[in-house]
Design a protein around this ligand. Structure first.
Ligand code: ADP
Ligand code: MG
Length: 673
């Protein structure tokens, strides 16, 4: 078989990027960065060149557990969903990232779900009876039977929607678009599933960004324009090592490696087993195991800051564990990650001293021993100033800010093809047409020929991956080119063109050069969610957009009401004893309005209306009080001071007046009997 290969990149770079037009309508400063993680997800903002900031909930946590509970409609996401997991294992979905863009044949790990595959390559998760089937559905709306199955894409969309809401509550207006991070090794099907999830969540996905690249951006490693970096990511359940090369402003992934079943959870298990053994528990019960694992996790995290800690297991006497003991336990696990690091360096054709930096990502890289071993392996102290939980979201936020149109320093990264794209040829062998790490947009052509004389058709089977055999790669599309003239073997000439546009949409066309017979397809990675279905889900989410805005308005109303309540409580406490400022009856009405506000806020699901009404009522009742305080302040010649100062002074002044009016307490006369 002969084949001619023409990689013509230059010409097609001239094609106008569709994103250019869209960018003109972008709203600078409203791009959000999302780390869509297996265990936890985060959203961060870095508007107009500001330093990245992860958005937190009221308890101060930036981590949203990647858990969705289909026990209500719309589903619950995050900590609330996690709380329901033990009770409703089939309806509460976690670690859905492992299912994205996968088919049944790809799933080789244990999971608690009922999975099916109605369309090849697309999983559906059975979530039991639809929520609200007995209660809560408005009359007349139940005509359309609700699906009892959700795709992983929809589950991810629910998480993304939650993060989007968090960002919009912060921005006070709709966000413009998002950069979502994905593992460097995600193929087109997994990426397409992630992009679709973003669309369903109502997000304009500016771009998907490789997680290690995001981490490198967070450290500003792009500044120099060139460099070699390793990103060591050890989370709860997974370990990833990536070797990156920054070359002419493009981050290329030179090698990836890792273990999809190795992480901090394994540290917990090792320590738990050790604790039980030291306590003399031979065959622990389910309960003892769970309790030991929870205690071990907490002890492990304490041992990051302390050299020894005490652990109490239920019903057993307290033990002391030292950091040294823990380090010995995790040593074999740590060594496994280091072996993967050395392999990745080897795959990249590099030695450790050639690197320019090593970045730590993931909660488990807080363990001092891990840092030490990483430093030893890479022969340099790793970069760890940015919280390893947040570093990926930081990088995503920076890139999102750039893509929203903010004038900020930093590179606009070019997208690269994460894994090679090619065609299956005779013998099941893959001929690569677009190589891994090629920048997008790109087009490449290659000429193929016939194998046998009777051949009047050719199978165009598009695959993605680095392996040599098509069956080891991911199948993206397959079509036939028919009507080829009968020619002796190796005489037909079929030119196949792969064109990947700026949105990573692949078009494959084949043309028989003698007859001009041609065939062309747009390759949507066949993870199975059809364009029509995505459109339907987008429409549904637009229907829900009303809910989303309602929730955001409610969040805002809550904040406003909280502010007014706090200000009034403070004022009442500080000047409350001044009867002329706050007469008894007025005070009673004010207290009643404050109590009503508390009641409104006590309902966690309260919509904006009652919260706003409570605020208006409060403002009305307290208006005379506010006016009087203002007048007093002005009369006292205190204008220009802060309200707090004024009130302080008012209180002091009041004490003086009481004295002048003869209210000074009297002393007893010793002469008096
Ligand atoms: P994932 O990448 O799976 O989403 P994370 O990056 O959030 O996970 O990491 C979670 C892991 O980090 C858990 O195993 C947790 O126990 C561990 N971890 C968090 N804080 C510490 C700490 N202070 N010391 C040691 N391990 C920690
Ligand atoms: Mg992570």
């Amino acid at each position: 078989m002969t084949s001619v290969s023409i990689h013509d990149t230059g010409a097609l770079f001239q094609i106008a990027e569709p994103t250019d037009q869209r960018r003109a309508q972008r709203r600078p400063g409203r791009g959000i960065g999302i780390d869509l993680g297996t265990t936890n997800s985060l959203v961060a903002l870095a508007p107009h060149g500001a330093a990245p900031r992860v958005l937190r909930d009221s308890s101060g946590s930036g981590l949203v557990p990647s858990v969705v509970a289909y026990t209500t409609d719309p589903p619950l996401v995050g900590r609330a969903a996690q709380a329901l997991q033990a009770e409703h294992p089939g309806q509460v979905i976690s670690s859905v990232k492992r299912l994205m863009g996968r088919g049944l044949s790809d799933i080789h790990f244990a999971h608690p779900y009922h999975l099916s595959e109605e369309t090849p390559g697309l999983l559906r998760i059975d979530i039991g009876s639809p929520p609200g089937s007995q209660v809560g559905s408005p009359p007349g709306s139940s005509g359309e039977a609700q699906s009892r199955r959700v795709t992983p894409t929809e589950v991810s969309a629910a998480i993304l929607r939650e993060l989007k809401l968090r960002a919009e509550a912060e921005l006070g207006e709709p966000c413009d678009g998002a950069v979502i991070t994905v593992p460097a090794y995600f193929d087109e099907a997994q990426r397409q599933a992630t992009r679709d999830a973003g669309r369903i969540a109502g997000l304009q996905v500016y771009r998907l960004l490789a997680e290690p690249t995001a981490a490198a951006l967070a450290y500003g490693l792009d500044r120099g324009g060139e460099g070699l970096f390793a990103v060591y990511d050890l989370g709860g359940g997974t370990f990833d090592i990536s070797i990156l090369r920054l070359h002419k402003g493009v981050f290329q992934v030179l090698a990836t490696g890792g273990d999809s079943a190795l992480g901090g959870d394994d540290f917990d298990r090792a320590l738990a087993a050790h604790l039980l053994q030291r306590s003399g528990v031979g065959e622990p019960s389910r309960f003892q195991l769970d309790a030991a694992r929870i205690a071990a996790r907490a002890a492990k995290e304490r041992l990051t800051g302390e050299t020894a800690t005490r652990v109490a297991l239920p019903g057993l006497s307290e033990l002391e564990v030292t950091r040294g003991e823990f380090e010995a336990l995790i040593e074999p696990l740590a060594q496994r990650t280091l072996r993967a690091c050395r392999q990745a360096l080897k795959d990249a054709g590099l030695r450790a001293p050639e690197l320019d930096g090593v970045v730590l990502v993931g909660g488990s890289t807080r363990v001092p021993k891990i840092r030490e071993l990483v430093a030893e392996t890479f022969k340099r102290p790793p970069l760890a100033d940015i919280d390893p939980d947040e570093v990926v979201a930081w990088g995503a936020a920076i890139q999102a800010d750039i893509l929203s149109g903010s004038a900020r320093e930093g590179v606009t990264l070019l997208d690269v093809v994460p894994l090679s794209l090619g065609l299956e040829t005779m013998g099941g062998i893959v001929e690569k047409i677009i190589p891994r790490n090629a920048t997008i947009p790109i087009a490449a052509r290659q000429v193929f020929t016939n194998y046998a004389e009777h051949q009047t058709g050719m199978v165009i089977h598009v695959v993605q991956g680095e392996r040599e055999l098509a069956r080891d790669c991911r199948s993206l599309a397959r079509f036939d080119l028919k009507g080829i003239p009968r020619l002796p073997p190796s005489m037909a000439r079929v030119e196949v063109t792969f064109q990947l546009d700026a949105d990573a949409l692949l078009t494959v066309s084949a043309r028989e050069l003698m007859t001009g017979v041609r065939q062309s397809v747009e390759v949507k990675p066949t993870y199975g969610l059809s364009e029509a279905e995505v459109d339907r889900l987008v429409m549904e989410s637009l229907d829900h957009a009303g809910d989303d805005y309602a929730r955001r308005n409610a969040a805002e109303a809550r904040v406003e009401l909280g502010r007014v309540v706090l200000a009034l409580r403070t004022a009442v406490t500080e000047v409350g004893h001044l009867r002329e400022l706050l007469p008894e009856d007025e005070r009673a009405r004010l207290e009643a309005a404050l109590a009503a506000a508390d009641a409104a806020m006590a309902d966690p699901d309260a919509v904006a209306d009652p919260l706003n009404r409570a605020r208006t009522a409060l403002e009305k009742v307290s208006e005379p009080f506010a006016r009087r305080r203002m007048e007093r302040a002005l009369n006292a010649g205190m204008a220009g001071k802060s309200l707090h100062d004024i009130e302080r002074a008012l209180a002091d002044e009041d004490a003086l007046q009481e004295k002048r009016a003869g209210h000074t307490p009297e002393l007893l006369d010793p002469e008096e009997p």
